[in-house]
Design a protein around this ligand. Structure first.
Ligand SMILES: *Cc1c(COP(=O)(O)O)cnc(C)c1O
Length: 388
C-alpha cells in the first residue's frame, strides 16, 4: 500500500498481550477450560454509591456540556481532602491538582510537556510498557534502569551513568510496582529526590496502586523533604475502586511542575465527563471503607493463590501490594516457554515477565482478577506443572 503510517507506529513493539490474546483464543476454540490469570483488569463492581452518583449526574443538563479542562472544582476539592486524609499533605485544588482521563492519559502526555528531541527519560525495567513508547512518541530517548530482585526491585541510582543522568529530564517511578508488586519506603524516596535534584530531573511517580496493599500503607513521595520541588504523582481510580472503565485519575504536584502537562492537555482534550468525576467524588466520600473492601478482595484471592504455588515450590516475590504475584520460572527455560507450557498443559494463562522488559525474563506474573475459587484452581494447576 502506498499510504504508510509514521515510523513511530511502525517501530512500536507488538502489543505484549496480543500474542497472549491469540494463544487464549486458540485454547478456547479447542474447548479448554481456561483460567486467565493474565490481565490486570478488576472484575468486580465499583461501590454502589458511585453508580448512584453517576445516575443522578446524568440527569443534570449542565453535565452534558464541555467539562472543565482541569477538572470540576468539586472533584479537585475532593482530591485535596483525600490527600490530606491519606497523607496529611495540603494541595491547592487550584493549580496543584489536575483531573486526568485515566492516569494513562496523563502519563502519555507528560513527555510532550517536558522532552525535547534527545532528552532522556529514565524508565523502570521491568515496567509498564507504555512508558517507553510514549517517551518515544515525544521524541525523547528512553533509558531503562534495571530493577533487580536482590534490590527488592528498587533502582540503584549509582548505576545510572553520569552522562545519561546529565541528559535526563524525567525519571519514572511506579510504586507499588507493576509487575513485581515492589513497594518503596520513605528512605528510598529520599534517595530518589536527592538524585533528581542533583540532575534537575522531574520525577513522575505512578501511584496507580496506592490503595492496593496488604497492611503497610505505601507512602507518597511528597512526604519526604524536597519532594514537591522535583516530583509529581499520578493517581488512578482504576485499581483503588475497581473502575478501569471510568477512565478517571489525577495528577498532583507543584503548580509550575504540573503546568506543562496542563498546557499539553489544553490542546488535545477537553476534560473528563462530569458524570465520571461525580462518581469519583462519591468514591472518595466513602473514605477508607471503600478501599478496605477492595483490599479485602485481593487479600483473600492472594491467599487462595499463594497456598498451592508456594507449597509446590515456586519462588515468589510477594509484598501483598498490587493485584499481582510475581513468580520465578521454576524450570531452566524462558518466561515465554514456561507460559506457553502453562497454557497448553494446564489451561492457565499467566503473563511472561519479559513482556515488561528484558529484566523480567525468568519470571512470570499472576493477576488476581478472578473469583478466589478459580484463582485457587489456577494455582493448583500451576502446582501440577511442578509435580509431573
Ligand atoms: C493499571 C495501571 C495504571 C492505571 O491506568 P488508568 O489509565 O488509570 O486505568 C497506571 N499505571 C500502571 C503501572 C498500571 O498498572
Amino acid at each position: 500500500m502506498a499510504i504508510q503510517p509514521a515510523d513511530r507506529i511502525k517501530n512500536l513493539p507488538a502489543y505484549v498481550f496480543k500474542a497472549l490474546d491469540e494463544a487464549k483464543e486458540k485454547a478456547l476454540a479447542k474447548g479448554v477450560d481456561l483460567i486467565s490469570l493474565s490481565i490486570g483488569d478488576p472484575d468486580f463492581m465499583p461501590p454502589p454509591a458511585t453508580i448512584e452518583a453517576m445516575k443522578t449526574a446524568l440527569d443534570e443538563p449542565e453535565n452534558h456540556r464541555y467539562p472543565s479542562y482541569v477538572g470540576m472544582a468539586s472533584f479537585r476539592q475532593a482530591v485535596a481532602k483525600w490527600m490530606k486524609h491519606r497523607y496529611d499533605l495540603d494541595f491547592d485544588p487550584n493549580g496543584e491538582i489536575l483531573t486526568l482521563i485515566g492516569s494513562k492519559e496523563g502519563i502519555a502526555h507528560l513527555p510532550l510537556g517536558y522532552l525535547n528531541p534527545g532528552d532522556v527519560a529514565l524508565l523502570p525495567n521491568p515496567g509498564f510498557p507504555m512508558y517507553t513508547s510514549t517517551v518515544q512518541f515525544a521524541g525523547g530517548e528512553p533509558w531503562q534502569y534495571p530493577l533487580k530482585r536482590e534490590n527488592d526491585y528498587l533502582p540503584d541510582f549509582a548505576e545510572i551513568p553520569e552522562d545519561i543522568a546529565a541528559r535526563a529530564k524525567l525519571l519514572y517511578l511506579n510504586y507499588p510496582h507493576n509487575p513485581t508488586g515492589a513497594v518503596a519506603d520513605l528512605a528510598f524516596y529520599e534517595k530518589a529526590v536527592a538524585f533528581a535534584k542533583a540532575h534537575d530531573i522531574l520525577i513522575m511517580q505512578d501511584a496507580a496502586y496506592s490503595e492496593v496493599y496488604n497492611d503497610q500503607q505505601p507512602p507518597s513521595i511528597f512526604q519526604v523533604e524536597g519532594g514537591r520541588d522535583c516530583a509529581i504523582e499520578v493517581y488512578s481510580f482504576s485499581k483503588s475502586y475497581s473502575a478501569t472503565g471510568w477512565r478517571l485519575g489525577y495528577a498532583v504536584g507543584d503548580r509550575e511542575l504540573l503546568y506543562p502537562l496542563m498546557r499539553v492537555k489544553d490542546q488535545v482534550d477537553s476534560g473528563q465527563f462530569n458524570v465520571v468525576q461525580e462518581a469519583g467524588i462519591a468514591a472518595m466520600a466513602l473514605g477508607d471503607p471503600a478501599c478496605n473492601d477492595v483490599r479485602e478482595v485481593y487479600r483473600s484471592r492472594r491467599e487462595a493463590a499463594m497456598k498451592s504455588i508456594t507449597e509446590a515450590g515456586y519462588e515468589v516475590f510477594d509484598t501483598g501490594a498490587t493485584l499481582y504475584i510475581w513468580v520465578k520460572v521454576p524450570f531452566d527455560c524462558t518466561s515465554a516457554v514456561f507460559c506457553a507450557r502453562a497454557l497448553e498443559e494446564q489451561g492457565v494463562l499467566v503473563t511472561p515477565g519479559n513482556a515488561f522488559g528484558s529484566q523480567g525474563e525468568g519470571w512470570f506474573r499472576i493477576a488476581l482478577c478472578l473469583e478466589a475459587d478459580r484463582i485457587a484452581e489456577g494455582a493448583a494447576r500451576l502446582a501440577k506443572l511442578l509435580q509431573t
